[in-house]
Design a protein around this ligand. Sequence first.
Ligand code: NAD
Length: 349
Amino acid sequence: MTTPWGYADFDEHEDLHFFADPASGLRAIIAVHSTHLGPAAGGCRFWHYAEDEQGVVDALRLSRGMSYKNAMAGLALGGGKAVILADDQRTKTPEMLAAFGKSVDRLGGRYVTAEDVGVSVADMVEISRQTKFVAGLPPEGGEVGGDPGPHTSLGVFLGIKAAVRRALGKDSLKGLHLALQGAGSVATGVALHAAAEGARLSIADVDAVKAQKLADAAGGQVVGTDEILTLEADVLSPCALGAILTEQSIPELRVPVIAGGANNQLATAADGARLHELGILYAPDYVINAGGIINICTEYLDDGDAGVVRQRIEGIPDRLEAVWSESASTGRDPASVADAMAQRLIGRG
Ligand code: NAD
């Protein structure tokens, strides 16, 4: 049997909780990585894993990522993550969501939940009937809240502009070629912002219908999912799944800039160094994709309106610049520079 300490991704997590509710079928894991800066906040992932242990690894890895993301965004939140182990049909019921809400509540606010892959705003409403430690709820009367996706997209777009400024010396995306991996929530916003500024788009999604719909809406061409990572372009923006930058994929890249919203883009820390050696400017994922959690934090802590959210998201380019500047002056790759900065902020540096 593997104990938490036996997992390679165990990183001095403060606590790791396992919940079971046989009546509803709920089996959930909540990992609290750090509460140094505030309650551990991070979304709830509803996913079917071939092996339960993969769910534990996801919770450990993603909760550490949330500690880093929240710290680098300057938020008064620690890092945590929940994973609900779904069956292979991904059966989700109101009873299961209620049992999950009660589990969150039992932690008394050490963990704050929100949307992640497989969990919608409507699910959050269901969960909020059982606990107040939840965000990502529909905004009421002009308050901040709702789907974090568009806020993530705005931050990613501003981050792409910052990267283009630094790497290519250009103040606009006009005429630049953006290769977009994914055509979901985050990618859609990025595509629309970039198209409005005159960028040329190539879009790939495993769901070809979605890719075509986005290409029609934003203007651009659909390319194959294999082709997108080897396309000659000015920017590659990964906005689908993680672990796409690997020892195998990196030598095939033909872009000077990688800046996208997907979590955990680097398969391993060594891949950050590989990009750096090739002179490819990388925007660390948890720095550039913090727009959604900024909105969630502002909603949960109730300390600002839509204008404040926008202002906080507009801080993302400066944080990226700080990472790139330290990278330039030390010769270390941006991903490891960002990790070290985040560790210092959560008192572990
Ligand atoms: P989404 O489910 O709306 O979209 C993801 C898209 O990626 C889907 O259309 C899917 O078909 C596509 N896809 C999956 N595998 C692919 C592949 N191999 N090639 C091309 N396309 C592929 O999800 P989203 O909310 O847009 O999130 C996208 C990424 O951004 C995820 O990694 C997520 O963790 C991260 N992220 C999202 C937010 C947010 O606010 N939604 C915040 C931070 C990070």
